[in-house]
Ligand binder design. Structure first.
Ligand code: ATP
Ligand code: MG
Length: 392
């Protein structure tokens, strides 16, 4: 009897022990869970503390580095234009360059950080040349075009009073059109040089492809910049990229191009002639241009820049070989005769290639054979590029 009682007791004790063990296991796993939760909360706390510290810090000032000096020092200018000699945080010192924007501690004005480079939208989109170094003498065979450009662009920029006295307004915009490589860009640069004007170069296709959604704003900025930098010449290359007529239903991209064009037309209408800004545009495809661009008060002067004829090719060759060593036997008139269909850019390529051949062949100067071989080579690469490049 006693024995069975004690066995019962042991059984119940054992089951109790088992229950306790189970509970312990559950509690342990609970503890592990809580521990990991605590760990996460601690991490979060540290992060928030850091964020808090950052936010309650006194603001840093922004300045520009004027000069970097030895011994972790620099000359900086604050936004009020006051110059200071300050210390530089050693971790920043090595990458410090004049012109950079930097963060300055408020109390000591020490340089504690370098700000990311400021991206001036306008500088990204436009190429600005204070004064291009191309002159009319660098252009061959386009006397008539140059003459016309001088009258309609150069004279108004140089002598606006003549027009004011006469009570007439010169054209606002000039459109140059013609095949590739005939000297359109060259002409616009030369006019800017001759008038001492800033040359602002924009490429239509880049405006709409690279700066999606910004085209219209960039056009506005462009004219603003031109006024600031007057006298200036805005040169819009590949204007067909923004100014082509669209007949099909408009896609999203087309609408963007359309907005850019509308802005361009508005700017052309809005600016007064004789305020020191001239607009020159260029295209290879005048046939697809929106007539709105050619209306009075816009690009109402249209000038053709054709492929050079034999005489023009001779003039171009003379310009291109001005500083090139040619053998006495080379007759440029003959070269001009046999390069029918070549553009100025083609002639330039031929002269350069002939020079390369002459060097490779150990000649002291370029011979007629070098030129003929160069022509062959240029012709071959043009054939490979497609039918529109073929000449000769
Ligand atoms: N009439 C020219 N006189 C002298 N060089 C020329 C002439 N035309 C073209 N060239 C040479 O060809 C190069 C390209 O010319 P340019 O960039 O002015 O052509 P473009 O008409 O603007 O061509 P594209 O329509 O392809 O933009 C010039 O840098 C120059 O070396
Ligand atoms: Mg060009």
């Amino acid at each position: 009897m006693v024995e069975s009682e004690s066995r019962d007791e042991r059984d119940s004790l054992e089951s109790y022990l088992f229950k306790l063990q189970e509970e312990l296991k559950a509690l342990r796993s609970e503890r592990a869970k809580l521990e990991s939760h605590t760990f996460l909360l601690q991490k979060k706390y540290v992060e928030l503390k850091r964020e808090y510290d950052r936010l309650v810090q006194p603001p840093l000032m922004v300045g520009t580095v004027v000069d970097v000096l030895p011994n972790y020092q620099a000359v900086v200018k604050n936004s009020n234009g006051v110059t200071f000699l300050v210390n530089v945080l050693s971790s920043v010192y090595d990458s410090l360059r004049p012109g950079q924007q930097v963060a300055l501690s408020q109390q000591t004005l020490a340089v504690v950080g370098i700000l990311p480079e400021q991206k001036d939208e306008r500088v990204r989109a436009f190429e600005i040349i204070e004064r291009p170094n191309v002159t009319y003498k660098d252009i061959g065979g386009l006397e008539d075009v140059i003459q016309e450009l001088r009258e309609v662009v150069e004279l108004p920029l140089k002598k606006p009073e003549v027009f004011k006295q006469m009570g007439i307004q010169p054209p606002k915009g000039v459109l140059l059109y013609g095949p590739p490589g005939t000297g359109k860009t060259l002409l616009a640069k030369a006019v800017a040089h001759e008038t001492n004007a800033t040359f602002i170069h924009v490429v239509g296709s880049e405006l709409v492809r690279k700066f999606i959604g910004e085209g219209a704003k960039l056009v506005r900025d462009l004219f603003k910049l031109a006024r600031e930098k007057a006298p200036s010449i805005i040169f819009i290359d590949e204007i067909d990229a923004i100014g082509a007529v669209r007949t099909e239903a408009l896609t999203g991209g087309d609408r963007e191009v359309q907005r850019t064009l509308v802005q361009l037309l508005a700017e052309m209408d809005g600016f007064r002639p004789l305020e020191g800004v001239a607009v020159i545009a260029a295209t290879n495809r005048i046939d697809i241009l929106d007539p709105a661009l050619l209306r009075p008060g816009r690009f109402d002067r249209v000038i053709e820049v054709p492929l050079p004829d034999e005489k023009a090719r001779y003039e171009i060759l003379k310009v291109l070989t001005r500083n090139v060593k040619l053998s006495k036997s080379v007759d440029l008139r003959k070269i001009a005769k046999i390069t029918a269909g070549a553009s100025g850019a083609d002639l330039k390529a031929i002269v350069t290639e002939a020079g390369m051949l002459a060097i490779r062949r150990g000649h002291r100067s370029i011979t007629e054979k070098d030129i003929r071989d160069a022509m062959e080579k240029i012709k071959r690469t043009k054939v490979e590029k497609g039918p529109e490049h073929i000449y000769l």
